[in-house]
Structures are given as structure tokens and as C-alpha cells.
Design a binder for this molecule. Sequence first.
Ligand code: C5P
Length: 315
Amino acid sequence: KSFLYRLWKGNVSSKMLLPRLQKARKGYLDTNKHRVHFKGKRNLKLTSEQLLCELKARVDVRTIDGKEAPFSILGWERRVPKVSLSKLYPRGFGSCAVVMSAGSILNSSLGDEIDSHDAVLRFNSAPTNGYEKDVGNKTTMRIINSQILTNPKHQFTDNPLYKDVTLVAWDPAPYSADLTVWFKQPDYNLFTPYALHRRRNPKQPFYILHPKFIWQLWDIIQENTKEKIQPNPPSSGFIGILIMMSMCSEVHVYEYIPSVRQTDLCHYHELYYDAACTLGAYHPLLYEKLLVQRMNRGFQEDLYRKGKVILPGFR
Ligand code: C5P
């Protein structure tokens, strides 16, 4: 049976990956850059329903509120939005779309379906201009990693992609979630461009995710996975799925678990090929996908043809 078929059925392990990706995973396990120390217990027998309850009970979408050191001392309480992300949409959304940036969404004609949702989440520098037929053009929220804010190629300050949407930024912090250590030595220094953008666009909702939220997700993935997962934060895609589950009644995730259009084309908007984008090297992406596959409430046919998974929201 092909790898894709096995992924659809939730029946894969890291041993079935390309040797290069297996080596990458081992390398990250040996390096353990973020000093991850897993203290949880593995529980591999949860049903789909129990897994959802576990997520609902434990996932707390937290953002930096400026009340903890070192942010409190530096006056960040006035710098972050007055309304927290979890209170930004007090009535929540009905159905939501999470649009992954995978190359496999090309030629999907999913644009109209995606735009019909009440809210649409996109990632990093993924554009809609020129790709409307396949990815739609509505964007409610964008999750961006710290490289988007710091790498000049993205022109974060001026690029219209990052205007008129709710922005949620994140950066890999130590597993201890020590904010002082993180502030002094972020992976990429997102704090300066964040502060600048807040000053220039005070009305735009723009948040930084709390490292505790990110590592909480990591713990849950590891608890429910037999193998040792990469000791690195989950991908933006997984983080985004959980944020939308907390805000929506139903979440439709597109091209996370790849459809029949599966390709090594990393992003639909970039001519760059690497299987790691879909199966993971740095991120524990394969294990994230297996967890999401287990919770899928959608039709098998939609998984094959649209690369679509349907998850109930926590609302
Ligand atoms: O690459 P980037 O992080 O911007 O893509 C957004 C998210 O989409 C990823 O974090 C990952 O979860 C998902 N993705 C994927 N397969 C790809 C590319 C992206 O599952 N080929």
C-alpha cells in the first residue's frame, strides 16, 4: 500500500519516511535545541471522542498579555491589544476554514468552498492574489512565524498581506517557557518589529502566542504518539487548527492531510520541491497529521478528493 493511502488510514510510522527525513528526525532528537523534557504519560488508546475532550479540556489559547516579567517591566501591557485573542470574537464563528499552503491545493478549485466559511485562516506569506480559484480570497486571520517579521524578503512592514487581518505571531521558546530567557534570545527577534508594527497600526489585532500554549500542544502530541516526536514546536498549521477549534463550531482543514494531488511542491505559491514540507523534518508534522486524521469527522471521499478533514470545534 502507498504511503499516502496509509496516511489516510492513519497507519504510518517514521520508518516509512525517506531516509533523509528519518535522519533529520534523529538529528533533532539528539540536539534537543529547546531543552525539551517530557514528563507526561503516554496514553495511546484514546478514541477520537476522548482525544477531542482532552484537547478541549487542556488547550488554552494564550497570548502575551504584558503582565509577566520581563514584559511587565518593559511596559508591554500598553503595547499589546486591550482585548485578548480569546475574547476578540466573543460570539465565535460557525464554520471555519484552515487553508494549508501545500502545493497539492493547486488545481483543486476549492476557492469558492473556502470563501463560503464564516472565517478563514491562512499562514505566513501564502498569497490569495492570482490563486483565488484554488485557495479563495477571504482571510480573517493569519498565523506568522518569527521569520516573517524579521526576514527582509517578506517586507513585513509594508506588505498588504499583513494588513486588515488579525495577526498571530509565534517564535520557538525554550520548553521551560522562561519568558526572560526567551526575550533575551528568541529564535528570530520578533519583539522589535512587533512593537514597531503595533505603534504604526494600533487598531489591528496583533498577538504573540504564549510559549506555554505552544508546548502544551507539543505535550499532547507526544502523549498520544508511540514514537518519540521531534523535540521542536508543532508547525504553524497545527497551531492554527487548534486556535480555530477554540473559536469555531466546526473546522474544515484543507490539504493538511494531502489529497490525491499530493506533490513534493512545498508551497502552492513557490517553485520549490521538498517532501519535508509535507512530512516534516524540524516540526513533528507527521505525528500532528496522524492526530488530526484520528479526529476527522468528514467523509473519506472529501479527504481523498479535497484533502479535507472536518473537526468539531470546542464551542
Ligand atoms: O510552510 P508554512 O509553515 O508556511 O505552511 C503553513 C502550514 O501548512 C505548515 O505549518 C504545515 O502545517 C502546512 N503545510 C503542509 N504541507 C506542505 C506545506 C505546508 O502540511 N507541503
